[in-house]
Design a protein around this ligand. Structure first.
Ligand code: SF4
Length: 623
């Protein structure tokens, strides 16, 4: 079949049995890959009553029909599971090489079930797959694991891609991530802890020689060239900021001037930093001073990912992966830090221990605020002085979290649970949704689309993006994002774009969220007369499946809300005195109605499900 490698690898760890599995064309067309297929397998195979750490939970890692093609950034893959922060669906995407290499071994994805009796890793080649002993890898971080597996299998750096967990995943830390290619992370809602619960340390994939066939390779190459031209700014270098610097200018050129930098755990929006220190957060400064070495993903022309060397201060000489905007933010403003070198080192530590950077930022922000306000003291924190901007203390606490050591064992439970364990006023200081996951690296009280979407999402992270082109939904380009009706209209209409984009096997940074472009590429890859409406259907199918999954697993509409701090009214900054909560209940009712869900229970209505071909789900929910 054009566009597909043609099979998935199913790994039953309990029985140590590895088999190939084929999805028929109708199923692939309805779910495409990545998030779509992940949602289907999760819903079909993980019934209510199966906890996140039950062997019957599944971990699905899937590419899509563009994986490993000439389309920029087509090494991406999605991890879907039932996650430990929300006890509901967990969907996360990572870039790098893993998705492409899976396809080069003849697999569109991997479905893992059961739990091994001993620590293992999976080695996938173009001739099949096998389980290998991983006991010698225990305690190793994600970079060490990568080096050790490649060393013992005799593979050079780019001859293999490895998705693995660090000590955090082994120790069932609820914010543990799956990391691949030293710096790419699928981390929302703790998928690394699920791998840990299965005693699965890594999945190592050779760069095989198999190549999927494409219906119209010439057209696919034209589309790839068009994407690259657009990334380069269509001839205008001023428009090529991402192409040249990735997300490095996110703080200085976007969040700080836009007023949506999250500062000191959402206590303020004023980042108290000198102009010189702020300038060090810019792409120009970092690329000019940190000895960057390009480290791009599969088929990516962007000057985005780099390795670099810390040039000054206590961490001088350390080699780290250049941090993303969210790394800057988590260990800069959120934790009251102003030294950009420290943000690089701390976010790199989080990757190496195998955790998710946003969760760790808000965890440390909450713990530091508790310490500064006397809710916890040095005795509670094993002598670690958790003060705003104390990088060495934060570094030590990150290690303690990964190993569940002392006070780290409390924080390893994630922001919501840790704040409840600390008690007192702590739960009022924690930034999270009431489902239990924390949030991305912006002050969403200034970005209501993100706040509303994060809270009503079923995936353990945001489900849509304010950058989705509005004209594709027939919406005006200009919107008032502080208008409750506008916000709900946009979130409901744009709902399908991200899950569809994460189903085709490409990087969102490269290919963007214009579904019309994705449809063109899927048509060229598969030869299907695939339409925009079909793509919307694929996205909505996964959104509705995951809502139904969560409802059946006990996550009801009462949890579609922010924590008190997350939903609080800003006291300063561009939205001082303007809060979303007075509008909340009306927005949620409007949203359920636009999504075709029951206004009280949020259950997708039978006709909504039937229109998406989800008749069995209608029976499951409505009888
Ligand atoms: S844009 Fe960045 S994350 Fe995306 S594929 Fe390119 S290098 Fe990787």
């Amino acid at each position: 079949m054009n566009g597909y490698a043609g099979k998935f690898l199913r790994v039953d760890l309990t029985r140590e049995k590895l088999t190939d599995e084929v999805f028929d064309e109708a199923t692939l067309r309805a779910y495409v890959g990545g998030t779509g297929i992940g949602a289907k397998v999760l819903y079909d195979e993980v019934p209510p009553g199966v906890a996140w750490n039950d062997p019957e939970n599944r971990v699905i890692l899937a590419s899509g029909p563009l994986g490993g093609s000439t389309i920029p950034g087509s090494g991406s893959y999605t991890v879907t599971t039932k996650g430990p922060l929300t006890n509901g669906a967990s969907v996360s995407q990572a870039n790098g090489f893993f998705g492409a290499y899976l396809r080069f071994c003849g697999y569109d994805g991997v479905i893992v079930q059961g739990a091994a009796k001993r620590w293992v890793y999976i080695h996938i080649t173009e001739n099949g797959a096998e389980l290998k002993d991983a006991s010698h890898l225990l305690g190793k971080d994600t970079w060490e694991t990568d080096d050790l597996i490649k060393g013992e299998l005799g593979r050079k750096e780019r001859a293999m891609s490895i998705a693995c967990i660090g000590p955090a995943g082994e120790n069932l830390v609820r914010v543990a991530a799956v990391c691949n290619d030293k710096g790419h992370v699928a981390g929302h809602n703790g998928p690394g802890a699920v791998m840990g619960s299965k005693k699965l340390k890594a999945i190592a994939v050779d760069r095989g020689r198999f190549r999927p066939t494409y219906s119209d390779s010439k057209r696919l190459t034209e589309i790839a060239k068009g994407i690259t031209t657009k990334l380069r700014g269509d001839g205008d270098p001023a428009k090529a900021t991402f192409f040249n610097f990735g997300t490095l200018n996110g703080v200085t050129q976007q969040a700080q001037p836009g007023g949506w930098l999250p500062v000191k755990n959402y206590l303020t929006q004023i980042y108290d930093i000198s102009p010189d220190d702020l300038e060090r957060y810019s792409g120009k400064y970092i690329r000019g001073n940190f000895e960057p070495k390009p480290n791009p993903c599969w088929a990516c022309p962007c000057h985005h990912c780099h390795m670099m060397k810390i040039p000054y201060g206590p961490y001088k000489g350390e080699i780290v992966e250049e941090q993303e905007y969210e790394g800057f933010v988590a260990f800069g403003p959120v934790t009251g830090q102003t030294d950009v070198a420290a943000t690089a080192v701390l976010s790199n530590d989080v990757d190496r221990w195998g955790m998710e950077v946003n969760e760790l930022g808000y965890l440390m922000g909450m713990a530091i605020e508790c310490y500064e306000k006397g809710i916890i003291n040095r005795e509670d924190t094993d002598g670690v002085e958790l003060k705003w901007g104390n990088a060495p203390a934060t570094r030590e606490m990150l290690r303690k979290i990964a190993f569940r050591d002392g006070f780290g064992n409390v924080l390893a439970e994630g922001v919501m649970r840790a704040s409840r364990l600390i008690g007192g006023e702590a739960p009022n200081m924690a930034v999270h949704t009431m489902k239990g996951n924390s949030v991305r690296g912006h002050d969403h009280r200034v970005l209501w689309v993100e706040l509303f979407d994060t809270c009503t999402s079923s995936t353990g992270t945001i489900e849509t993006h304010r950058g989705s082109p509005k004209d594709q939904y027939g919406m005006p380009a200009e919107m008032n994002f502080f208008d409750p009706d506008n916000v709900v209209d946009f979130v409901a209409k744009a709902k399908s774009a991200t899950p569809f984009s994460d189903s085709i096997g490409t990087c969102r940074f490269c290919v963007g969220l214009d579904t019309r472009n994705h449809v063109e590429a899927v048509r060229a890859a598969t030869g299907w007369d695939f339409t925009f409406d079909e793509a919307v259907g694929v996205g909505l199918r996964s959104v509705n499946l995951l809502r139904a999954f969560n409802l059946r697993h006990g996550i009801g509409p009462e949890l579609d809300r922010p924590s008190p701090r997350y939903g609080s009214t800003p006291v300063d900054g561009v939205a001082a005195g303007v809060g979303i909560m007075p509008h909340w209940d009306g927005m949620v009712r409007n949203y359920y109605q636009q999504m075709g869900w029951d206004p009280k229970t949020s259950k997708p209505l039978p006709e909504t499900l039937k229109n998406l071909g989800l008749e069995q789900v209608a029976v499951d929910l409505w009888g």
